[in-house]
Design a protein around this ligand. Structure first.
Ligand SMILES: Nc1ncnc2c1ncn2[C@@H]1O[C@H](COP(=O)(O)OP(=O)(O)OP(=O)(O)O)[C@@H](O)[C@H]1O
Length: 277
C-alpha cells in the first residue's frame, strides 16, 4: 500500500523510502494533512479543528476531519452528526459520514452504538484504530484532511506522526504558563519526529467587554511573544473566549461572527505555509 505517488508528502519528505512506515490507500488522494495538536487537554483542539475545516470548506476546498481522539471523540457532536453512523463499502472500506456542507468525517463515535459508551482500550489498540482511519477509510479526493489529535505526547500522537504523512501541525494553546510548558513539549516532539509545526493558535486569549469593547486578558500567562521567540514559532492568531462557540454543536451552525476575521487570517497563514497560496 505504501506508495510515494499517492502520498500527500509526494516525494518532498526527508524520509528514507525503504524505512518509511507510512502506508497510503491508493484509492485516496489527499493533498494536505493538517494535525491540530496541543499536548494539553481541553484547550480547544476539537473546536479549532472544526473551525479550520469549516473555513477551508467555505473557500471551496474538499475537506475531511479524522478524529484521532479515540477515547474522547467530540468531532461528531461539534458538527451536529451525533445520530449518524459510518458505513462499509462492498470492498470493506469505511465510508466517512458527510456533513450537509460536505465535510467528510470519521470518528470512533460514528462507529459505536451509543456515543456515551466508553472506549476501554489499551494504547496499542487505540493507535491501530487511528492507523485504520488513515488506511481503511475511503476519503477519496481531498484538498485538506484535518486530524484532531488527542491530548498528550504519548502513543497516539507518536502513531500519527510516524504513520500518517502530516504536512504540518497547528498547535493550540491558552495563555497559561502550565499550558505553554506542555505545548512546548508537543512542539519539541514534532520537531524530533521531523514534522513541520505551522504555528500556534492562542485560544481563549481574551474576552471582549460587552460595554466598552475592550479586550480583557483573563489569564495572566507568560507573554506570548516571549514564548513564540523561545520556541521559534509563528502566531497564527488569537481567538477570544466566546459563549457562542458552543453553538457549533447545532447542525448548520456557522462560524461565530466574533471570530470570523481571525479565523480567516489563521487559514490564510496555514495555506501560505503549505504553499497553497
Ligand atoms: N474560544 C472559546 N471560547 C469559549 N469556549 C471554548 C473556546 N474554545 C473551546 N471552548 C470550549 O472549551 C471546551 C473544550 O474544547 P475542545 O473540546 O475543543 O478542547 P480539546 O482540546 O479538543 O479537548 P480534549 O483535550 O478533551 O480533546 C469545550 O466545551 C469548548 O466548547
Amino acid at each position: 500500500m505504501s506508495n510515494c505517488n499517492t502520498c500527500p508528502s509526494n516525494n518532498s519528505c526527508n524520509k528514507n523510502k525503504k524505512e518509511c512506515n507510512i502506508e497510503n490507500n491508493p484509492r485516496n488522494k489527499i493533498k494536505n494533512v493538517i494535525g491540530v495538536m496541543s499536548g494539553k487537554g481541553g484547550v480547544g483542539k476539537s473546536t479549532i479543528s472544526v473551525l479550520i475545516a469549516k473555513e477551508l470548506k467555505s473557500l471551496g476546498y474538499k475537506v475531511g476531519i479524522l478524529d484521532a481522539d479515540i477515547t474522547g471523540p467530540s468531532i461528531p457532536r461539534l458538527l451536529g452528526l451525533k445520530d449518524k453512523k459510518a458505513t462499509m463499502s462492498i470492498d470493506k472500506e469505511i465510508l466517512p459520514v458527510e456533513t450537509k456542507d460536505g465535510i467528510k468525517v470519521i470518528s470512533l463515535n460514528l462507529m459505536i452504538d451509543n456515543e456515551d459508551d466508553p472506549v476501554i482500550w489499551r494504547g496499542p489498540i487505540v493507535s491501530s484504530a487511528v492507523k485504520q482511519f488513515w488506511t481503511d477509510v475511503l476519503w477519496g479526493e481531498l484538498d485538506y484532511l484535518i486530524i484532531d489529535m488527542p491530548p498528550g505526547t504519548g502513543d497516539v500522537a507518536l502513531t500519527v506522526m510516524q504513520f500518517i504523512p502530516i504536512s504540518g501541525l497547528v498547535m493550540v494553546s491558552i495563555p497559561q504558563d502550565l499550558v505553554s510548558m506542555i505545548v512546548a513539549k508537543a512542539v519539541k516532539m514534532a520537531r524530533t519526529s521531523d514534522v513541520k509545526v505551522i504555528g500556534i493558535v492562542e485560544n481563549m486569549s481574551y474576552i471582549v467587554c460587552p460595554d466598552c469593547n475592550k479586550k480583557i486578558k483573563l489569564f495572566n500567562g507568560e507573554n506570548i511573544d516571549n514564548f513564540l521567540k523561545e520556541m521559534d514559532l509563528e502566531l497564527l492568531g488569537e481567538l477570544p473566549m466566546i459563549a457562542s462557540i458552543s453553538n457549533l454543536e447545532r447542525e448548520h451552525e456557522e462560524v461565530p461572527k466574533e471570530i470570523e476575521e481571525s479565523l480567516k487570517e489563521i487559514v490564510i497563514k496555514i495555506e501560505k505555509s503549505l504553499d497553497n497560496k
